[in-house]
Ligand binder design. Sequence first.
Ligand code: PEP
Length: 254
Amino acid sequence: MKKLIAANWKMNKSISEAISFIEEFKRLVSNEKNVDIVVCSPFTSLQAVANKLKGSGNIKLGAQNMHFEDSGAYTGEISPLMLKDIGCEYVILGHSERREFFDEDDFLINKKVIAALNHSLKPILCIGENLEQRKSGKTNDVLENQLEKCLKGIDKNQILEMCIAYEPIWAISRGDPNHKPATKEDAEEGHKFIRNFLASTFDEKTAKNVRIIYGGSMKPENAKELLQMPNIDGGLVGNASLNAKSFAEIIKSI
Ligand code: PEP
């Protein structure tokens, strides 16, 4: 399976900064055909990034959130149709920052996952435990609960269009470049648990073909060892994706 590396720029970059990034980044990864690359920019720079990505087959456009309705009286929201219109192929859903700061719950995230799939947008569904849950030995229960609720009503064909991002919340950098990632063993354990959940919910073959990517302080220094683990099919990269060189280095470490 081709690995997938996605940039989550979060609430960063003006339009001109986004354009400069893509110009530099395209040159750096023009030979990297063996990996799917996604850039999830803020809504305000999606159009500019889409224009710059035209003709660069291996880099796809993604958004960081969306509403589940097609249109309507939802001030400040963006619909799946709008994301399709602008050229998005992917959308991050259920990020821990959306859950923590905007009170998104699994029920809402499930609605968004279904809406994205109905519009042929590929959801990057984020799940993961916080430090307290990990310390009290609840990691697997948390992951199982999130998966059950967020994937309610999803069938075998639909899960193959999705990507699951295992993002242990305690490993996410929140902008601190020195923040510690999960060890490759801890990350692999989470990924294996998710793979087994998918195998028992769908079947072994389906589970093998769903990409499960790791997120949490991935950077050029640790990407290779994480990406070599058997159940880690890529990465969701926050802080280290803001710089074209460091994001390209992660991709080249595959
Ligand atoms: C994220 O929040 O999705 C993330 C992976 O961030 P970072 O790489 O900065 O830890």
